[in-house]
Ligand binder design. Structure first.
Ligand code: AMP
Ligand code: MG
Length: 423
């Protein structure tokens, strides 16, 4: 019996501990890092009650009878601008001109927008054409955040809105979890780098680069090693070096049953092979263990297998190293837009685009699901989960899917399918 995906995830994550290293970065360098401590508001936000409109700061009681037919005239005793408070006190019948963001003096309780006023008969007066509910157009001190309030808990990902909030509460140096160092270890005699020419029988090492981006996107610090030939000593030396320098090793290739697949035996010689092979397609030969005590995930070599197993096992491992527990992708049950007939004895993760069909999301499986077909991984929004020994499925059938993105959603009628969901 092969391990299920969930059993394999469980084994991997039980054997991975958070790195628990903290570092401090300037706010502008902390984008997408993970907060290592909660961030608290040091003061109320906004720090003072202010106007949300350009208009006049008034006492609501003074204008209860104001109408367009019978305006109330007030005396304007000054102008408050953003960044320039006024300190005078309003007496009955008086008001301030006020701009958006300017502090509202204590003696005023309401802002009348400029659109509800007309010039007075004298230059220092204004006509109010409409009464206003007390408190209208005030942004009250502390209405957004209260002093001491947790505005972002530890493990928050520092997205653009979080950057804005941290700036608002005055944090210019941000405590973050030191991104885990993730080694990229490609194996294969046939591999050449993108800048090198190809002789017959060689191909470009694409996994290292796709993994580099995927590790960054998952919040890790990728460390790219030169790929190793299919030779046990070379792989051993590479893994040993990486284990001294990294928190997690990720290899690709050499993990199946070929005569020149040495990754498993090298893991056994330097540490432990905890598990091998998972019930999924693509990606069955996945391996997990440790090298000199450092966790290693051995991904299959086929580019799509490597990236789907990255999504299912390495991304959760990186999130766990970062201290997060909530790494799971959203799962939705969605209808198929076309027939899906492939029947397998393993659970399939099917690359799909999401399309909107009469306003509902639906699954469009890519037509070439080959594990070496890189174009099939390009426009993927969802991985449809097809249980083993089930199918064929037909348009309209409902299936579970892991939601990866909404980047390629289009209305069904605007989509003319080319190969692999490329339109
Ligand atoms: P393996 O798991 O080593 O048997 O590799 C399976 C397939 O993936 C073979 O066709 C390899 O040439 C290919 N492959 C292995 N590593 C890479 C890589 N780093 N980049 C692109 N293709 C690879
Ligand atoms: Mg190989």
């Amino acid at each position: 019996m092969l391990l299920s995906v969930e059993e394999a995830q469980d084994i991997i994550l039980r054997n991975i501990d958070p790195v628990n290293r903290e570092t401090v970065r300037p706010l502008i360098s902390a984008h997408m890092a993970v907060l290592s401590r909660e961030a608290n508001a040091r003061d109320d936000v906004p720090p003072f009650t202010n106007s949300s409109m350009d208009g006049y700061a008034v006492r609501a009681d003074d204008i209860t009878g104001a109408t367009e037919a019978k305006p109330t005239t007030l005396t304007v005793i000054g102008t408050a601008r953003a960044g320039h408070p006024v300190f005078a006190t309003l007496k009955p019948g008086q008001c301030f001109k006020i701009m958006t963001g300017a502090p509202v003096p204590d003696s005023a309780d309401t802002v009348v927008p400029v659109e509800w006023t007309a010039p007075g008969d004298r230059p220092d007066t204004v006509k109010i054409l409409k009464k206003a509910r007390k408190g209208l157009y005030l942004r009250r001190k502390g209405e957004d955040m209260r002093r001491g309030q947790v505005v972002a808990p530890a493990t928050t990902v520092i997205t653009s809105p979080v950057m804005g909030m941290l700036a608002t509460i005055g944090i210019d140096q941000v405590p973050i979890v030191d991104p885990p160092r993730v080694a990229i270890l490609a194996t294969g005699d046939e591999l050449r780098e993108p800048g090198q020419p190809l002789e017959l029988g060689t191909i470009r090492n694409s996994n290292s680069y796709a993994l580099y981006g995927a590790i960054l996107e998952a919040g890790g610090q990728p460390i790219l090693y030169p790929s190793a030939p299919d030779n046990a000593e070379a792989i051993q030396a590479l893994f040993q070096q990486a284990a001294h320098e990294c928190d997690l090793l990720v290899s690709s290739g050499g993990v199946s049953v070929g005569d020149f697949d040495f990754v498993k035996s090298v893991i056994e010689s330097l540490g432990h092979l905890t598990m091998w092979r998972v019930n999924l397609k693509p990606g069955k030969p996945l391996a997990f263990g440790d090298v000199l005590g450092v966790p290693i995930i051995g991904l299959p070599g086929n580019p799509v297998s490597a990236l789907i197993t990255f999504e299912l096992f390495v991304r959760p491992a990186i999130r766990t190293l970062l201290g997060e527990t909530d790494w799971e992708r959203p799962r939705m049950r969605l209808p198929l837009l076309t027939d899906f007939t492939s029947h397998e004895d393993r659970r399939q993760y099917v690359r799909c685009r999401l399309l909107s069909d009469n306003g509902q999301l639906a699954l469009w499986p890519h037509d070439n699901q080959g594990s070496a077909v890189q174009t099939s991984w390009q426009n993927v929004d969802a991985l449809m989960i097809v249980p083993e020994n089930t199918g064929p499925y037909h348009a309209g059938d409902m299936l579970d899917a892991l939601m990866l993105s909404l980047a390629h959603v289009r209305p069904r009628h605007e989509f003319s399918p080319g190969t692999n969901g490329v339109d």
